[in-house]
Design a protein around this ligand. Structure first.
Ligand SMILES: NC(=O)c1ccc[n+]([C@@H]2O[C@H](COP(=O)([O-])OP(=O)(O)OC[C@H]3O[C@@H](n4cnc5c(N)ncnc54)[C@H](OP(=O)(O)O)[C@@H]3O)[C@@H](O)[C@H]2O)c1
Length: 249
């Protein structure tokens, strides 16, 4: 049984991770801002869930989070840096810089601070796994993706560079880079609560599901300590990358 810290467990991938990890016999520290959802998850999954409110933008709370855990939950075998968001899809010059700050604070600053808090115990034990939720947005640009794509490119390079520090140690880091995925609130959040606009993105398509991402995470958790998967790019069959589209005169 591993103890797995999942950020952003109140919805989407994070909730799917928690369900899958508990099904596989692990226990999960489930965090996020919407504490009532964490409580519901704990009621559903029982003692294998420790529900704790954590706002990834609250740097002090993130820095002291590990030390504030109950003693028997303080050993973290797996950290899943999942909390994150995209806000808006306007061109850079029209978008709200407050949205930029929120994406950077959550997707980058919160993620690196929590990682820094967890890493020493993993290095000391010579054992641990960090799963970072990147995105294909970190690999391929698209209109309106500017800051979100930039944050996910950071997460990719942070993941790869961490492994450079960790070479020779059984502390593993994987960047998971999904494409189009349904079963989460990602697009509703991006479009400021406009559920109809979000639903239109997935209509008549068969995107990946949050459970597909959880299946991949479960496989990563099951691998022996000498195996590091550096990155995984995942797309549904209804999606592919195409380089340098040109349109207009
Ligand atoms: N869905 C996709 O198509 C897709 C594709 C590639 C990558 N991703 C990435 O996968 C991750 C999960 O996304 P998702 O699709 O599952 O989206 P989601 O359903 O909107 O879930 C996002 C989670 O992040 C949490 N979160 C956001 N801001 C937070 C903050 N300041 N502090 C703590 N938690 C915060 C939310 O919890 P609270 O609001 O309760 O705090 C929620 O649990 C994200 O990093 C996202 O960028 C998603």
């Amino acid at each position: 049984m591993k103890t797995i810290l999942v950020t952003g467990a109140t919805a989407g991938f994070g909730a799917a991770f928690a369900r899958r990890f508990v099904r596989d016999g692990h226990r999960v520290i489930a965090t996020g801002r919407r504490v009532e959802r964490l409580q519901a998850l704990a009621e559903e999954l029982g003692d294998s869930i420790l529900p704790l409110q954590l706002d990834m933008m609250d740097r002090k709370a993130v820095d002291r989070f590990v030390d504030s855990l109950p003693a028997d939950w303080r050993r973290i075998d797996v950290l899943v840096n999942n909390a994150g968001l995209a806000l808006g899809l306007s061109p850079a010059w029209e978008s709200d810089v407050a949205d930029w700050d929120q994406m950077i604070a959550t997707n980058i600053t919160g993620l690196v601070h929590l990682t820094r808090a967890v890493l020493p115990q993993m290095v000391e034990r010579n054992d641990g796994l960090i799963l970072n939720l990147g995105s294909i947005a970190g690999d391929y640009p698209y209109p309106g993706g500017h800051i979100y794509g930039g944050t996910k490119a950071f997460v990719l390079q942070f993941s790869l560079n961490l492994r450079a520090d960790l070479v020779g140690k059984n502390v593993r880091v994987t960047n998971i880079e999904p494409g189009l995925v349904t079963g989460s609130e990602f697009s509703v959040v991006r479009f400021g609560g406009d559920a109809a606009r979000a639903a239109a993105l997935y209509a008549d398509k068969a995107p990946l599901t949050a459970e597909d991402i959880a299946e991949t995470a479960a496989w990563l958790v099951s691998l022996p300590p000498h195996v590091n998967i550096n990155r995984i790019e995942m797309m549904p069959t209804c999606q592919a990358s195409s380089a340098l589209a040109v349109k207009g005169k």
